[in-house]
Design a protein around this ligand. Structure first.
Ligand code: HEC
Ligand code: HEC
Length: 247
């Protein structure tokens, strides 16, 4: 069977199966969605719920990079229109962020996640079924000065759940998560910044913008998720970059 078809098929099967069989599978999926250890990579520290709320009401004050998952099984387009396939949408997260393998999704893990996502979109309910808008700018540029006093509140809502406290990393998800701003300043504050930038700090802050917008995509390595302009505005990102400064 073509791998791309498998999750969809799992969803169909789950939808057809009697509730007795479906409920335990969906319940297992709900557990998997909250468990960072289901990805067998020892470097993974994420669960689905690190980046996604289950229902919109669970988002609270957080600024999460992924959309709420309720209704996702009935959406017709994912990742801001980049794919029309639920299987591919989940596979990106599983492989790029959680460092699992694509074949994990062909087995019991994929079937359970599929049954769970399906159970969040019951027949007749339209909640969450509209495609969610996400835009990730292809290219990034320096955003200029922001307001330093606004950086912390945005950090607390968007970044702290993974990175912990600014400066020390206290409470971060694990050792693979960078300590901000120290790690970035050490790596990207250079006197050899490209001539199109006025100074080292402007250059390094633009690297931060790139990281926030592109995560591990468009050639930037790593496992951090990209934040769309719908989740974090350019103003939010501009304020956040004020946490970073070269000596
Ligand atoms: C490190 C963060 C992260 C983790 C972990 C993660 N995702 Fe995602 N996910 C994203 C981002 C970013 C997107 C793209 C924005 C979007 O479309 O919601 C996304 C998109 C999706 C989408 C498409 C939603 C839509 O309507 O566009 C689905 C479905 C999804 N993820 C499911 C999962 C599942 C299931 C898991 C766990 C196996 C998971 N994700 C783990 C960040 C993550
Ligand atoms: C879902 C977890 C998660 C969230 C949320 C998150 N990050 Fe990250 N971030 C990571 C991980 C893991 C790394 C290290 C691996 C990598 O570079 O992708 C990282 C790396 C970085 C780096 C590069 C550090 C270096 O070594 O140069 C920067 C800068 C950064 N994050 C800033 C942010 C900011 C600002 C936010 C909030 C808008 C944020 N991150 C939100 C997980 C996260």
């Amino acid at each position: 069977m073509r791998p791309a078809a498998t999750l969809t098929l799992a969803l169909l099967l789950a939808a057809c199966a009697d509730t007795e069989r479906r409920e335990p599978l969906a319940a297992r999926g709900a557990e998997i969605a909250r468990d960072p250890t289901v990805s067998r990579s020892r470097y993974n520290v994420f669960a689905c719920t690190t980046c996604h709320a289950v229902r919109p009401a669970d988002v609270g004050a957080r600024l999460l990079p992924g959309a709420p998952l309720e209704g996702a099984a009935r959406r017709t387009s994912f990742w801001g229109g980049e794919t029309a396939h639920l299987r591919e949408a989940v596979e990106r997260c599983w492989v790029f962020f959680m460092r699992g393998t694509s074949s994990d999704l062909d087995g019991p893990t994929g079937a359970a996640l599929g049954a769970w996502l399906d159970s969040l979109a019951p027949e007749g309910s339209s909640a969450g079924t509209q495609p969610v808008a996400h835009t990730w700018p292809r290219t990034v540029r320096s955003l200029g000065e922001g307001d330093p006093s606004l950086a912390r509140p945005i950090w607390d809502r968007a970044c702290a759940s993974c990175h912990g406290a600014v400066g020390t990393g206290a409470g971060r998800l694990g050792p693979s998560v960078s300590i901000i701003p120290g790690d970035t300043e050490r790596e990207h504050c250079t006197t050899a910044f490209p001539p199109t930038y006025p100074d080292a700090t402007t250059y390094m802050r633009t690297v931060v913008v790139e990281k926030i917008r592109h995560g591990s995509f468009l050639g930037y390595a790593g496992s951090m998720p990209p934040f769309s302009t719908e989740v974090l505005s350019d103003d939010d990102v501009r304020h956040l970059t004020m946490l970073f400064r070269c000596p």
